[in-house]
Ligand binder design. Structure first.
Ligand SMILES: *Cc1c(COP(=O)(O)O)cnc(C)c1O
Length: 381
């Protein structure tokens, strides 16, 4: 199996040399737009590319407003605050995620509650959330509270793992039934749709990341997706809460300096022009991986009623020993692979958090390995 895997990856990325898990691809207007910002001197927090990038992202996703920020974690922090999450609140999320999801909950002063994921989506299970609420929550005047200590349960924060959308309709029904605000961590799922709608636009707020390893990059960056009214608040809060004035320094609340520099937005505008081509190349790559590998190992494919962006391809090994053998041998052969994240409940700062049963999370944690998935120039040709 491992030999077939290495051979298949090498057929895509070249017979020798190091193959990274995911590398950015430039070659469109990136250098031109970035040079424009340098020539204009508007490299920092004000500039036309920021407005253009936000407009392009809103148009692509169908969000009422898109607000660009310094990174995906900052976008999540702001989305939680704008979603009404207060210090001391609980936020339900998945145990199997990248740590930024939980760090943002902590930065908002709230505490994560970990629920299990679905086998097919690798993301938050609506049934697991409903079960945890049934077992632990009761309805209060300001929404659900935890029975044991009265802590308010404010929001639900699913994450679309590797670009595969969670079952949003079912999850929205659970959130509506209990009065929870739905916020989507769509950092990995730019371009992914669920029943035709863009991920990140089903909840009250959604977030994107443009870190160097994501489907497209601004160097570092993030985006908040929301309606127009929340968008105004998001812009205000992320730009030091300064009231517009020609010269006065009037700030009407404690704000954040989270705005995306124009230099980064220039890269983003150029990268976004290439997103349709990237999506097509990634879908074709995923299909070739399925064709070449299915006989020897399970390849993760998009869930029903979804179009995944196939950001990172993944295989499901037989057990933890098989996983470790794949990781050891592929990396030794210069083919970069990585295991799925360690469960959040293993990390020292989240060990004490409440959690429901996590059988599927543990099962996937032992078996899932990401394989090289970057788009190369050759794949676009
Ligand atoms: C990349 C990512 C983020 C945001 O990361 P930044 O590096 O802060 O942009 C958040 N959540 C998930 C699941 C991610 O993969």
């Amino acid at each position: 199996m491992i030999d077939t895997l290495i051979k298949t990856v090498r057929a895509e990325y070249g017979a020798d040399g190091f193959v990274p898990l995911h590398a950015p691809l430039f070659g469109g207007n990136e250098a031109t737009y970035v040079a424009d910002t340098v020539a204009s001197t508007f490299v920092s927090s004000v500039g036309a590319f920021v407005d253009r990038f936000e407009g392009d992202m809103a148009a692509l996703t169908g969000a009422g407003r898109a607000v660009a920020v310094v990174n995906g974690t900052a976008a999540l922090h702001m989305a939680l605050m704008l979603g009404g999450v207060l210090p001391g609140d609980l936020v339900i999320t998945q145990a199997l995620t990248f740590v930024a999801t939980c760090n943002a909950i902590t930065q908002a002063g709230a505490v994560p509650v970990f629920c299990d994921v679905d086998r097919a989506t690798l993301g938050l299970s609506p049934e697991a959330v409903a079960d945890w609420l049934e077992a632990n929550a009761e309805r209060g005047p300001d929404g659900p509270v935890r029975r044991s200590d009265g802590a308010r349960i404010a929001a639900c924060l699913p994450m679309h793992s590797f670009g595969h959308p969670v079952r949003l309709t079912a999850l929205m029904a659970v959130c509506e039934g209990w009065g929870l605000v739905l916020i989507e961590d769509a950092a990995e799922s730019l371009g992914s749709t669920y029943r035709g709608g863009h991920t990140g636009t089903f909840g009250r707020l959604g977030t994107q990341s443009f870190n160097g390893n994501k489907i497209l990059t601004t160097g570092g960056g993030g985006m908040i997706l929301c309606d127009a009214a929340l968008g105004l608040r998001a812009k205000h809060l992320t730009t030091t809460a300064k009231r517009p004035h020609a010269w006065e320094f009037l700030h009407d609340e404690m704000g954040y300096n989270y705005r995306m520099p124009n230099l980064n937005a220039a890269l983003g505008v150029a990268q976004l022009e290439r997103l349709p081509a990237f999506l097509g190349a990634k879908r074709a790559l995923a299909a070739r991986y399925v064709a070449a590998l299915t006989d020897v190992v399970e390849v993760v494919v998009e869930p029903a009623e979804c179009a995944s962006n196939y950001w990172l391809n993944a295989v499901v090994c037989d057990d933890r020993a098989a996983r470790d053998a794949v990781l050891t041998e592929t990396n030794a052969a210069g083919v970069m692979t990585r295991p799925i994240w360690a469960l959040m409940t293993r990390l020292p700062m989240y060990q004490a958090c409440a959690a429901g049963p996590l059988e599927v999370s543990h099962w996937l944690e032992d078996r899932v390995v990401n394989i090289p998935s970057g788009v190369t120039a050759g794949m676009l040709a």
